[in-house]
Design a protein around this ligand. Structure first.
Ligand SMILES: [Zn+2]
Ligand SMILES: [Zn+2]
Length: 125
């Protein structure tokens, strides 16, 4: 736990130092949430090397947001068109779902269900 917090903080300061996100994704990289090959769908990549399918990160993140933001995120994803991409980015791509504040803040939310247990396990560094 302490170690995880420390690495999360290191990663966060790394991210803060990056102006642009340039990360190579190989055909072997897998989504950090569903563990299926990343390049089969639209993805988000973070400087910490975590790769997520857009739909996976939206679904995972929705659970950790306030209800008003949940609605917004679902709506944006539902009508995912060019016009809304920037707004979706603002919520989803601000920081890595696993390394950023969203996940760190949600440690206090009790995990329920198999899905969430898997998510918690994958978060442990
Ligand atoms: Zn996925
Ligand atoms: Zn990460």
């Amino acid at each position: 736990m302490d170690e995880a917090t420390r690495s999360a903080e290191n990663i966060r300061s790394d991210i803060a130092g990056l102006k642009h996100r340039f990360t190579l994704v190989t055909t072997e990289d897998r989504c950090a949430i569903c563990h299926k090959l990343a390049l089969t769908r639209q993805i988000y990549v973070f400087p910490c090397q975590h790769v997520f399918h857009t739909d996976c990160i939206v679904e995972a993140m929705v659970r950790h947001l306030r209800p008003s933001k949940q609605r917004k995120l679902r709506e944006l994803h539902a009508v995912i068109a060019k016009d809304y991409m920037a707004e979706l980015d603002e919520i989803v791509a601000k920081e890595c779902f696993l390394c950023g504040d969203t996940m760190i803040n949600s440690i206090e939310i009790p995990f329920v269900g198999d899905d969430e247990k898997e998510l918690a396990a994958s978060w442990e560094l």
